[in-house]
Design a protein around this ligand. Structure first.
Ligand SMILES: Cc1ncc(COP(=O)(O)O)c(C=O)c1O
Length: 448
């Protein structure tokens, strides 16, 4: 049973669940039957009732090296004791510089400059602002239009929800940013259901960017932002040739291409970044989550050298080049966590490990084909999406029920709509992959 440091009832559940307005959660449903996690180690959580829960989702796609890793914990402990905080504007501290330099060695191409944020949402909004400012400092200030994609998730800032393509995340929040357009999403069950890896059909959907350029004129467009693999809307793997086309069209018209790698970064596909995996180099990469193994909040925007240089060239040496930043940009404790995390990824070869495990993962995932109500399985690296047929008139209910039943059986999965998304820590063992899909299979069969 969990012993709380604070005020917990005899059940291990806090006496007051009311005050906390939970994010992206059915608050009343949750509080009526709470699912509380109280400890974590390796591939497992411990629930408040003492049960071990196998983590099939790396927390929220962030704990790529597994939970409670000693080198990260100790780095955080050392740093918080040595220096808790230092101002980030017109001052610096060594740990942030070291973290940026280390991250730069992992980034593809000439993406070798790093702007720190505290989350993926902030990374996205920062990247969009950097894109606008970049064009402006080069004398192309008319490039203000931003292009996202339907079914894109780019966090919850106003920039992110504006370029994002998820209706409930947008409709409650007013007019959003002006001057936004969206590419069509690439999801098509008729053409691509049960594809292993990248689908053959759909590269032509990138040509829609040409249509958008023709409509608005390239001189008004600042940037295109996409997730290389859309994660939050259900693991949408890019069709073969699609990202290459987007890159070519952006280059042709001087439009910046931003890959939002908040989920795909740090080994999820079996390479440091999806950009490296697909061999398509964007102008900026947004990342977060796995950058610090989820231990301390952190995000980052990586920029190509030319972008950084443009800012340096545009202003006198004693003036601020970018009027943007956060109190906690490059926070010492987060930076220490990031350094230890990146070192751990390298030392344990975790990205390589993900690549080596991915065929086994693919087999196990596609064994779900044929189970009741499974209408698609898709996968890449150590991620997969299993799409279920919605219950008529009750969208999301079938997948949410599977989530609850899996949790009862000691497995954490994630659902979005009627899609189950699985993305375990990269330390997952084959027998744990068997356990993940074995539990899911029994749940899907039982619910039939
Ligand atoms: C692609 C992508 N971008 C941005 C975000 C937002 O990150 P955060 O929740 O850290 O703000 C997420 C979170 O899942 C994401 O998947």
């Amino acid at each position: 049973m969990y012993e709380s440091d604070g005020e917990a009832g005899s059940s291990g559940i806090p006496n007051n669940l009311d005050a906390y307005f939970m994010p992206f959660t059915a608050n009343r449903q949750f509080k009526a039957n709470p699912r509380l996690l109280v400890a974590a180690e390796g591939m497992h959580y411990t629930a408040h009732d003492g049960r071990r829960i196998l983590d099939g989702t790396a927390g929220l796609w962030c704990v790529n090296a597994g939970h409670g890793r000693k080198p990260i914990v100790e780095a955080v402990q050392r740093q918080v004791a040595r220096m808790d905080y230092a101002p980030s504007f017109q001052m610096g501290h060594p740990v942030a510089f070291e973290a940026a330099a280390k991250l730069a060695t992992m980034l593809p191409g000439d993406l070798d400059h790093v702007f720190f944020t505290n989350s993926g949402s902030e990374a996205v909004d920062s990247a969009l602002k950097i894109a606008l400012a970049y064009h402006r400092v080069r004398g192309e200030g008319a490039r203000t239009r931003l292009i996202g994609r339907e079914r894109g998730y780019h966090g919850v800032g106003f920039g992110g929800i504006s370029v994002g393509g998820i209706s409930p995340n947008r409709k409650f929040f007013g007019n959003l940013l002006p001057g936004i357009d969206h590419l069509p999403h690439t999801h098509n069950l008729e053409k691509n259901a049960f594809t292993r890896g990248q689908p053959e059909w759909g590269a032509h959907l990138a040509d829609e960017l040409e249509r958008i350029v023709a409509l608005h004129d390239a001189s008004t467009i600042a940037a295109v932002i996409v997730e290389p693999v859309a994660g939050s809307t259900g693991v949408l793997v890019p069709p073969r040739g699609y990202l290459e086309k987007l890159r070519a069209i952006c280059s042709k018209y001087g439009i910046l291409l931003i890959f939002d790698e908040v989920i795909t970064g740090f080994g999820r596909l079996g390479a440091a970044f999806a950009s490296e995996y697909f061999g398509v180099i964007p102008d900026m990469i947004t990342c977060a989550k796995g950058i610090s193994n989820g231990t301390i909040p952190m995000g980052a925007v990586a920029l190509r050298r030319g972008l950084y240089d443009a800012f340096m060239a545009a202003a006198p040496e004693n003036s601020i080049e970018l009027f943007h930043g956060y109190t906690y940009s490059g926070h010492p404790v987060a930076a220490a966590a990031a350094i230890a995390t990146l070192d751990l990824y390298v030392k344990e070869g975790l990205f390589q490990r993900a690549a080596e495990l991915s065929p086994y993962w693919e087999e196990a995932a596609h064994a779900m084909r044929g189970l009741p109500h499974v209408i698609d399985v898709r996968n890449l690296g150590l991620v997969c999406g299993i799409e279920l047929e919605p219950i008529a008139g009750k969208p999301t209910a079938r997948a949410f029920d599977a989530f609850l039943r899996c949790y009862e059986k000691g497995l954490l999965i994630r659902t979005t709509g009627d899609i189950i998304a699985l993305s375990p820590p990269l330390i997952v063992e084959r027998k744990q992959i068997d356990e993940i899909f074995g539990t899911l299979e029994s749940v899907l069969k039982a619910a039939a």
